[in-house]
Design a protein around this ligand. Structure first.
Ligand code: AR6
Length: 176
């Protein structure tokens, strides 16, 4: 599933984000930025110690914000680390914070000359965000951003499993 919005290709694929050959991949990190499980663990394992070394100088990251480091040994030049909200009931600012993760990651991308970006499904693992709601927020936020900002050639959602992949495809279908 791919759609073109204001000069930016927006698409969803199923796969492992650590293999993505894009300028930057986004990491679903935690506030310490010092590593963890899930996609965070996979990125640090695949990219090697240079990423953690760079993260140590960043003093962590607030929920909804994003910070950039080298991609180390990854095919991607950079990793943009963002911290998604832990889902409680949806009434604790979770939708705004999740939207902010996508928006801030794309702002940091543009500030660093990044033209191609891959996102995982932020907060959709141990942070427990309901997948359908999370996909709608991800697609809406990215769509609005690329309508308002030029400079990005590609935004790709990379979903590890088939269930999330089809949910993101459906969310993209709505804006296509
Ligand atoms: N490529 C793409 N997606 C992946 C990969 C991969 N290699 N590995 C896992 N996913 P999670 P969160 C998917 O739990 O919910 C960490 O410990 C996974 O299937 O990684 O934001 C951090 O340090 C799921 O759909 O991130 C934080 O403490 C999605 O990535 C906490 O987890 C996100 O799942 C963040 O939790």
């Amino acid at each position: 599933m791919a759609t073109r919005i204001h000069g930016t290709q927006v698409e969803a694929v199923q796969g492992d984000i650590t293999r993505e050959e894009v300028d930057a991949i986004v990491n679903a990190a935690n506030k310490t930025l010092l590593g963890g499980g899930g996609v965070d663990g996979a990125i640090h394992r695949a990219g090697g110690p240079a990423i953690l070394e760079a993260c140590r100088n960043l003093n962590g990251c607030d929920t909804g914000d994003a910070k950039i480091t080298t991609g180390g040994r990854l095919p991607a030049t950079y990793v943009i680390h963002t911290v998604g909200p832990v889902y409680r009931d949806g009434n604790h600012g979770e939708p705004e914070l999740l939207a902010s993760c996508y928006r801030r990651s794309l702002e940091v991308a543009l500030e660093n000359g990044v033209k191609t970006v891959a996102f995982p499904a932020i907060s959709c693992g141990v942070y427990g965000y309901p997948h359908k709601e999370a996909a709608a927020i991800a697609v809406d936020t990215v769509t609005t951003f690329v309508q308002e900002n030029s400079g990005l050639a590609l935004v790709r959602f990379v979903l590890f499993n088939g269930e999330l992949f089809s949910i993101f495809e459906q969310a993209l279908d709505i804006v296509a």
